[in-house]
Design a binder for this molecule. Structure first.
Ligand code: FDP
Ligand code: ZN
Length: 321
């Protein structure tokens, strides 16, 4: 079995600065995994406060944010961090070569009901390490990301990494306390039959989205369904299932959330890079996610990603109007 660390040696990846960040993510995720498995009910509760996005903060949101921030603040390679849980960017080592954006605990509204959650990371090079860090360092197009990672705390804990045009998956072996390569060279199936959207929003979405979802519900000539609907409500888990099995994930603009629900920099961009390196694409309906230049650090966007043919079909609905 190839461990997380030996994998990078085999791949001839000698970028020690980046490897230190990946090591931080792997180690941090092991701690989160332990907390989740500890069975301590107090960790699964709400903090009874709202974050800057006006969402309920769960105890585990705070724990996960602190765990990863502790690692990142001690890492001399990191010049700054942007987190979903912090209004402002966090200064690291002024000479660090990288910056990291993260959603430390994605899907946190699912914690108390035992449904998978995740952690998402987007890593950029800090081009000129001598110029002091500011918000604009994070306002980069997603295509400039050096690396993207998510961890899915599900029936097992897995870490997915997109680097150098490839996507690989590692599973946490609890006995060895180590991640091992279990899903080398992941590619998203070109076609799929899963559609993932919160249908509670369906009456307030673009007609193109509505019509596409209707098309997924069409029956074949034998009267059987052609697609299956699946929506967990944890982006990482919904995306991961669709990446492995073939499907489309859609979180469109809605009347409640006219700019979409998901955050561009630390949710959609890293997932979009993983989708790209796994052979697929992502869009907001008009423009490729990785081409969007964020205007603010907590910006939201509509998000469509998954199997190429499904995404293309949905986008063709926009072109036909
Ligand atoms: P959560 O707020 O629980 O962290 O943006 C976060 C997210 O969950 C995604 O993981 C998920 O896809 C989406 O929100 C779910 O939103 P809805 O409840 O509106 O469906
Ligand atoms: Zn999230």
């Amino acid at each position: 079995m190839i461990s997380f660390n030996t994998f990078f040696k085999k791949k001839n990846l000698h970028n020690r600065s980046l490897l230190k960040i990946l090591d931080n993510i792997a180690n941090g995720s092991k701690i989160i995994n332990e907390v989740l498995l500890s069975g301590d009910p107090k960790n699964l509760k709400s903090e009874n406060i709202k974050n800057i996005q006006n969402e309920d903060v769960q105890k585990l949101d705070v724990i996960a944010n602190n765990v990863f921030l502790d690692y990142f603040k001690k890492n001399k390679e990191i010049q700054g961090v942007l987190s979903e849980e912090n209004e402002n960017i966090i200064q690291g080592n002024p000479f660090g070569k990288y910056i990291v954006a993260m959603d430390p605990l994605d899907g946190s509204s699912n914690i108390s009901v035992n449904i998978p959650v995740g952690s998402i990371f987007s890593i950029y090079e800090k081009k000129d390490a001598s110029i002091s860090l500011c918000e604009s360092d994070f306002l980069k197009k997603g295509k400039e990301q050096k690396c993207a990672v998510y961890v899915l705390y599900g029936t097992s804990t897995i870490l997915i990494i997109a680097l150098n045009d490839e996507v690989h998956g590692f599973t946490l072996n609890l006995k060895e306390d180590e991640y091992f390569l279990t899903f080398p060279n992941i590619k998203i199936p070109e076609e799929g039959n899963i559609f993932s959207i919160n249908e509670g929003n369906i009456k307030s979405v673009d007609p193109e989205i509505f019509n596409y979802v209707e098309s997924c519900k069409e029956l074949d000539q034998n009267g059987k369904r052609t697609h299956t609907g699946r929506f967990i409500g944890s982006l990482v888990a919904d995306f991961h299932r669709n990446m492995m099995k073939g499907g489309i994930f859609i979180y469109p603009k809605t009347s409640d959330k006219p700019t979409g629900q998901l955050r561009l920099i630390y949710e959609c961009n890293p997932i979009a890079l993983i989708a790209k390196f796994a052979g697929s694409k992502s869009s907001d309906g008009n423009i490729a996610i990785l081409e969007k230049k964020p205007k603010s650090i907590h910006e939201r966007t509509a998000f469509i990603t998954g199997s190429n043919k499904m995404v293309d079909k949905l986008l063709s609905f926009y072109k036909n109007e």
